[in-house]
Structure formats: C-alpha cells, structure tokens
Design a protein around this ligand. Structure first.
Ligand code: NDP
Length: 306
C-alpha cells in the first residue's frame, strides 16, 4: 500500500526524503507517474488536478500539504465521507506570526514612509508612531499565535471567530458581531479559512465600517478579498494601506494594478511555506493512525469546511 504525492510543479524529492526518514519501507508514488493507483491509501495534495482522486479506488485518507484545505474541498470528486487532515506545526505558525508582526510593525513605525522620505532627503520627525489596535479575523492555529505575540509586544488585540468562545484570553467577537469588532481596531488581519461564508468577506461594505485609515493585512486566501474594492477603499480613506500575500490569481498577473500601487505592499504567497522537515512527522503519524483506525491529527471538520 502506498502514499501518493500530488503536487504539480513542485519538486517532490524533499518530501520523499523526509517521509522515508520516518518510515524507511514506505512506498511513495509521485504524480504524474502513478502506475499502481489501486495501491494508494493516502494522498498528499497541493493544487492537485480536480477529479484526479477518482483514480484511486482504495483511497482512505487525504492530507493537505499546507494549512488550508480549500483546494481539496473545492474538488467535487472528493467524497463527502473521506477524512481530510491538514498541516498544523510550530514552524508554519512561527513563520506566519513573524510575517504578520512585520506588517503590523511596518504600519506602526511607518517604515514605508521613511523609505520614501529617505529617497527625497526629507527629515520629518513628526508623528513617529501610529497607535495600533489589532483585529485578527480567524483565531485558530495561526491567528491565535499572532494574537499572543502581538499582545506580548504590547499591542491591544481583538479576535473574531466562527463560534462563541468562553474564556478566550483577549476581547473576542463571534462572526455576527463584525461591526463591533471593526469599531475597536485600526489594523485588520485576515487569517480565515476560505469557505463559502468567508469568500469575498473583505469588500467595500466591510471597509466602510472600518475606522478611517485602517490598515489591512491579508495572509489567508486571495478569494477573501474583492480585489476591485481595494483601491477605491484606499482612495476613500476607509483604508490607509494594505499588505497582501495572496491573490485571486497567482502568480499576480503582470498587468495587475496592485503592482503599481504604492499604498499596497505585495509579497508572492510566502508568508508561511510548509516546511517538509517540520510537517513530515505528523503526516507519517496520520498514515499510521489511518492504518490502525485511530483518531487522526488535525482533522478537518467537513461540516464547517475548515
Ligand atoms: P484554523 O482552522 O486553525 O482557524 C480558522 C479560524 O477561522 C478559527 O478561529 C475559526 O473560528 C475562524 N472562522 C472560520 N470561519 C469563520 C467565519 N465565517 N467567521 C469568523 N471566523 C471564522 O486555520 P489556521 O489558523 O491553521 O489557518 C488559517 C488560514 O491561513 C488557512 O486556511 C490558509 O488559508 C491560510 N494560510 C496562509 C498561508 C500563507 O502563506 N499565506 C500559510 C498557511 C495558512 P472558530 O475558532 O470559532 O472555529
């Protein structure tokens, strides 16, 4: 029985080496050279070709090769009953937190402003710090750590999640309290999973409800943002700037207006890239648990969609 790696366009060698380190006799088949599909019991997926999983009659478990599972759940060929697990690990969390903290500090200490001043030899000591209150949409594995680290740095933090939570360590709002959440903050971080409910959540109507000059950081998925709404929201002053790591179309097309927009800082979906060394052990552990019918790690709730 084998594991299939289906991650088109990426070099699978590092994954093979890591997985074999933890289980030397593991049989691994790699897309597109999967010659014994009937032997595949577990599939490791990143941007797989939709429909491809119907080739595997004995598939028992799907693992995302990242934290998100929207690329799997959007494939109608994935059976409703198929368990799906995802990556949650300290390295992924650490990198994401560092990225978001960079964005918050850049806004707070106005590094972009001083870079522009330096180019023009401008010495402007006015208003060196923008007071910051940070709102995190999505307080799961990644958002929770972002809140802890920003709190440690002394920033007030506010969280927004799906379910009601008692004993959450910071001010917390459930999804039907969005307006109250937005009224508290001037930095808005999106760390939501992409689901039918969250798609397009970052839109002009939401931006209008933000405190004037709110700074947006979207590190979740490109489809959370209605991209056509962002520059108008900046022009109207609802937002003062944005840092984006994810886009509706990736790579960001060469003629996309975001490339030229000085108020938007763009990075190429690198906020937190899965590290095979860090993620390998949980993949092997889930393979073993699947074979022994034990509870799986980091399982996706199919009803909630994340
Ligand atoms: P989790 O599943 O651990 O957390 C998701 C959070 O979102 C939970 O707090 C959940 O609420 C909340 N949530 C879900 N739906 C809603 C909703 N409709 N309204 C309000 N809150 C909602 O996910 P992770 O923290 O592990 O990852 C988050 C996302 O980050 C991933 O799905 C992925 O898209 C993205 N990501 C991006 C990367 C990058 O490099 N740019 C890298 C890694 C991940 P509750 O707690 O109540 O369930």
């Amino acid at each position: 029985m084998s594991i299939a790696i289906i991650s088109p366009g990426r070099d699978p060698k590092i994954w093979i080496n890591v997985l074999k380190k933890y289980q030397t006799d593991l049989d691994i088949q790699v897309y597109p050279e999967i010659e014994r599909p009937e032997e595949v019991e577990m599939a490791l997926l990143w941007q797989h070709p939709p429909g491809y999983l119907s080739n595997f009659p004995n598939l028992k478990l799907i693992s995302s090769l990242g934290a998100g599972v929207d690329h799997i759940l959007s494939d109608p060929a994935v059976p409703e009953s198929m368990p799906i697990v995802r990556i949650v690990d300290e390295k992924l969390t650490w990198s994401m937190t560092n990225y978001v903290v960079t964005g918050v500090l850049n806004f707070h200490r106005q590094i972009t402003r001083y870079q522009a001043d330096q180019k023009r030899s401008v010495w402007d000591m006015s208003n060196p710090e923008i007071p910051v209150k940070v709102g995190v949409m999505g307080v799961g594995a990644l958002g929770g750590d972002v809140m802890d680290k920003l709190h440690y740095l002394g920033f007030p933090v506010y969280g927004l999640g799906f379910t009601l939570k008692k004993d959450f360590p910071y001010p917390y709002f459930s999804r039907d309290q969005m307006d109250d959440f937005l009224s508290e903050i001037n930095v808005l971080i999106c760390l939501l999973p992409l689901t039918p409910e969250t798609e397009g959540i970052l839109n002009i109507e939401l931006f209008k409800k933000c405190n004037s000059g709110t700074y947006l950081i979207n590190v979740a998925r490109g489809k959370h943002l209605i991209e056509e709404d962002l520059i108008p929201a900046l022009d109207e002053g609802y937002l003062s700037g944005a840092m984006l790591d994810v886009y509706r179309k990736e790579p960001l097309p060469e003629d996309h207006p975001f490339w030229e927009e000085s108020r938007i800082l763009c990075t190429p979906h690198i906020a937190s890239v899965t590290n095979p060394e860090a993620a390998g052990p949980q993949i092997i552990e889930n393979f073993r648990r699947m074979k022994s019918n034990l509870d799986l790690l980091n399982i996706v709730d199919r009803d909630k969609g994340y």
